[in-house]
Design a protein around this ligand. Structure first.
Ligand SMILES: Nc1ncnc2c1ncn2[C@@H]1O[C@H](COP(=O)(O)OP(=O)(O)OP(=O)(O)O)[C@@H](O)[C@H]1O
Ligand SMILES: CC(C)(CO)[C@@H](O)C(=O)NCCC(=O)O
Ligand SMILES: [Mn+2]
Length: 867
């Protein structure tokens, strides 16, 4: 090795490092023999890449940094000062980044080397401006699998990478443990075509049996982190299916072989019990006539020539033979050590429904129903993940489930489970790819909702029920998204019971429900695209991006219609979020920006009149009018078809008035009187005000200005601190935390209460001469503050909120959730540790019928005191 000196420069070789060479300078005398080199930008000694090079496939995991979005604006600094949340947080070297998963065929290792090169992963993810000189660097990366030994020289020669070899088994175990603890919908069962996610309690994970079906099969008893033993294995594995299958069928690819099996009928090749017993069961020992007595046993018939055996049937027989065999050995080993749980990984499974059904059936069959097979969504990436985690300094193993967000980028519906092609470098390449993939045509078409697929079959000894065309093998491939690491996310501390919490109100595993929401989203698409394109000036470029967005989102919808659990458990919140993410992916950062501005201005204009009207009312009427106002103003929702139609018929103020005039109690859910009693008391008894209220706001315009702000004002006036909680990123016409200070400042021009509270909360620092970050101490008002919620979606999942919201929640004793997304689609049934008020107008007929047995435009005022 020519450059061993380098690795000692960075300390031990077990702590590999990547160098950021930008702005590198020679320090001291250049004429010196070994002048030292200053690397001013080398801040983190972390690596970005890990490999698992197996006998059949190369699994690559790489890390990419987020573009720094945290602008650390004044609002944020102010919030930090006010709420005093920890500034000396543990710093994660990989803070704000993404983990990507890619695979290549080992025989095509050049594709893998090219991929690493083109993504500049061989010297730290494109951060360095240096290129070929990097080959002299001897950057060390973690690698596991047999290929880490076999191909070490190649990596050194071609990319200057030194492979630091990690033990394959310990990587598999580390990867599996991490996934089972940190990813919410990782493990699932698969029986008779039905996939069901299993929530594993991280405190009750061990012991388990890990069966990794790669080319060969390893069986590992896992007792804890780093505590394991390889108890068995078998040479009859994934390589056997592919290799023998190729010999017998002349198939050109693994996928082709798998696809053939779907059209197969193994009764032509397998000898069944019925074949031996004249069509009868051998009931005495529990074997039915359809049980396979001998795999390929029928292929001995002298009446048939070899060419009479169909490749389809051969592939199916082989797939069953190997799946059953592995499952049987796995079960016997589980029995040997008394292990109850068996997880199957490795790319032999390939997210293929029939393979999983077969393994599940076999485990069930031999254990007499006592054991159950479970599968992992990141099936083949266990080893690569383990290798990545073996870097000492990432802090990855400290990450918790609430700090990880899995996102499915544009290509997911197409490339899910497939071998990787060339990397897409920029937006333009993405759009071209999208255009090519979906052929020509510029019109935006909504995806046609498809009928739900049947299953590939029973997976048991029966012949597949619905064979062939229904389930393409690529449709059954499990998708693995990009893992976004967001260490600043926290669990909302006021959730009553994290374990019981389920944000989604609607169950999308009900096919009718699913179809309905898919139709809604598809129908809304052309209008959304028009808005998005307009928001970017309506240029040709914007149109092209809009078109690509529509195609990409439609593709997600179609994919999920085919297989609802493809991206993990599907909830409405996820679906709505995906739409926003997809917009952002095509650089539409705020599709509703001009609508939001217009509505804010129109509403601010009528605010003074409204405040005057309110102030003329007695306490009780005022409170009722305020709640009515919130409900009425919640009609402005660009996510609702019915409302968008409404907007065409009148101005925003006309609609607001009409909506308010129509308010009639009792509302469909009406706890107003209980809420009123808590706020105003009864008779002479005046209850103390709430200490701090968190107001989760929804839409821009009338909703925030004429609905929520006046309510906030009332609470402030009563001595309750108010924190407005708004989205971190735009979604539909929702108001964002960035936009709120300006809106509050405008409103404060018309109202002393708001002005003093906003001053006290440090929201008006720009408008005042007081020094930044030191709100007026002599202000007599309780503060009004703004925090971001950590979301970019119309819904909120309280398991993953921003740290500033979590900090604000510490002193809060009232939360008010407003709007359909946050109070109905999600969280209608959520329980909190403090008083909670949920306010929304239902702007969807089906939702109204289903959830509240009411009608569109019915209102909900649900109040649940802390118990
Ligand atoms: N596109 C593909 N090309 C080849 N094999 C595939 C493909 N997709 C799935 N497979 C299956 O996955 C198996 C490889 O799985 P995996 O990547 O987990 O193992 P490996 O690491 O290559 O093997 P080992 O761990 O035994 O060295 C193959 O033997 C084959 O059965
Ligand atoms: C050799 C390995 C560990 C390489 O991943 C794997 O292919 C395997 O476990 N093969 C099975 C060998 C046996 O135990 O019979
Ligand atoms: Mn392997």
């Amino acid at each position: 090795m020519a450059h061993t000196g380098n690795s000692s420069m960075h300390g031990s070789s077990s702590r590999p490092q990547l160098l950021d060479l930008s702005k590198a300078e020679i320090q001291g005398n250049v004429e010196e023999k070994y002048p030292s080199i200053l690397l001013p930008n080398q801040s983190h000694d972390i690596s970005y890449l890990a490999l698992d090079i197996g006998g059949s496939l190369i699994k690559l995991m790489y890390f990419s940094r987020h573009q720094d979005q945290s602008t650390n604006d004044k609002r944020m600094r102010n919030v930090k000062n006010r709420l005093g949340f920890p500034s000396n947080r543990r710093s994660y070297p990989i803070l704000g980044g993404r983990l990507h998963f890619v695979k290549f065929e080992t025989t095509k290792i050049n594709e893998c080397l090219d991929f690493i090169y083109s993504k500049r992963l061989h010297f730290g993810g494109g951060e360095s401006r240096y290129s070929d000189s990097s080959t002299e660097l001897n950057v060390v990366i973690k690698a596991t699998g047999g290929g880490a030994h076999k191909f070490a020289d190649l990596f050194k020669e071609r990319l200057g990478l030194i492979l630091d070899k990690e033990d394959e088994m310990s990587c598999l175990v580390a990867g599996a443990n991490f996934l089972l603890k940190a990813i919410r919908h990782e493990a699932f069962t698969h029986m008779e075509g039905q996939k069901e996610f299993v929530q594993i309690d991280p405190n009750d994970l061990f012991p388990y049996l890990l069966v990794n079906i790669g080319s060969g099969v390893s069986m590992i008893k896992v007792d804890g982190d780093g505590k394991f033993e390889r108890i068995s294995g078998t040479n009859v594995g994934g390589g056997t299916y592919w290799g023998l299958g190729r010999l017998l069928t002349k198939c050109e690819s693994f996928d082709e072989l798998l696809e053939l099996s779907q059209k197969g009928d193994n009764r032509n090749t397998d000898m069944l019990v019925g074949d031996i017993y004249g069509g009868m069961d051998y009931a005495k020992i529990g074997l039915s006539a359809s049980t396979i007595a001998s795999s390929f046993g029928k292929a001995t018939s002298e009446k048939k020539g070899l060419e009479d055996y169909r490749p389809e049937d051969i592939s199916l027989s082989l797939l069953r033979m190997i799946s059953y065999n592995i499952a049987q050995i796995a079960y016997l080993n589980a029995l040997r050590f008394g292990l109850k749980r068996i997880f199957f990984g490795g790319f032999f499974i390939r997210g293929h429904a029939y393979t999983m059904d077969a393994i599940s059936f076999a485990i069930h069959f031999w254990s007499n129903g006592a054991a159950q097979a479970m599968f992992l969504r990141h099936e083949g990436f266990l080893g690569a993940l383990g290798a990545f985690m073996s870097y000492e300094k990432h802090g990855l193993d400290d990450l918790m489930v609430h700090q990880l967000v899995e996102r499915f980028p544009m290509g997911a519906p197409y490339t899910g489970g497939n071998i990787h092609g060339p990397p897409l470098r920029d937006l333009n390449e993405k759009i071209s790819w999208m255009e090519k993939f979906l052929q020509k045509g510029t019109e935006i078409t909504a995806p046609v909702p498809m009928t739900r697929p049947g299953t590939t079959g029973l997976g048991g000894f029966e012949v597949p029920l619905s064979k062939g065309s229904i389930l393409r093998s690529d449709a059954s491939a499990l998708n693995v998204g990009v893992l976004h690491l967001v260490p600043t996310l926290e669990v909302f501390p006021l959730l009553a019971d994290l374990k019981m919490y389920e944000p989604n109100t609607i169950d999308l595993s009900d096919p009718n429900e699913l179809e309905y929401w898919f139709k809604i989203l598809s129908e809304n698409l052309p209008d959304l695209v028009a808005k998005a394109v307009a928001s970017e000036g309506g240029t040709d470029d914007a149109k092209r991006r809009g078109d690509a967005f529509a195609r990409a989102f439609s593709a997600h919808l179609t994919r999920l219609m085919e297989e609802p659990a493809a991206y993990g458990k599907l909830g409405l919140a996820r679906l709505l979020e995906m739409r926003e993410e997809c917009l952002r992916e095509f650089h539409f950062f705020d599709a509703y920006i001009s609508i939001k501005q217009r509505e804010n201005e129109a509403s601010i204009a009528v605010l003074p009149d409204l405040l005057m009207e309110l102030d003329s009312l007695d306490e009780e009427t005022r409170l009722l009018t305020l709640i009515e106002g919130v409900l009425a103003a919640n009609i402005f929702d660009w996510g609702s078809r019915a409302c968008v139609d409404l907007y065409l018929k009148g101005t925003i103020i006309e609609i607001y008035r009409m909506s308010r005039n129509k308010m009639q109690r009792p509302w469909r859910v009406d706890d107003f009187d209980v809420f009123k009693e808590r706020i105003l008391g009864t008779g002479d008894k005046k209850p103390p005000p709430h200490r701090r209220a968190l107001l989760f706001v929804d839409n821009s315009g009338a909703d925030i200005v004429l609905g929520m702000l006046p309510l906030a004002r009332e609470l402030l006036r009563r001595g309750t601190e108010v924190v407005l909680v708004a989205n971190s990123l735009p979604a539909l016409n929702d108001v964002t935390a960035m936009e709120l200070p300006d809106i509050v400042a405008e409103a404060a021009k018309h109202c002393d209460i708001l002005r003093r509270a906003a001053e006290s909360g440090g929201l008006l620092v720009d408008a005042m001469s007081t020094t930044l970050d030191s709100p007026r101490e002599n202000s007599s008002s309780v503060p009004l503050m703004v925090v971001e919620n950590g979301c970019g979606s119309p819904c909120i999942d309280f398991r993953q909120v921003s740290s500033e919201l979590a900090a604000a929640a510490k002193d809060a004793d009232l939360i008010i959730l407003e709007g359909m997304g946050r109070a109905l689609h999600t969280n209608l049934n959520a329980q909190f540790k403090c008083d909670a008020l949920k306010l929304a107008m239902v702007k969807n007929q089906r939702f109204a019928e289903k959830l509240i047995k009411g009608n569109i435009y019915d209102c909900i005022c649900k109040y649940e005191p802390a118990n």
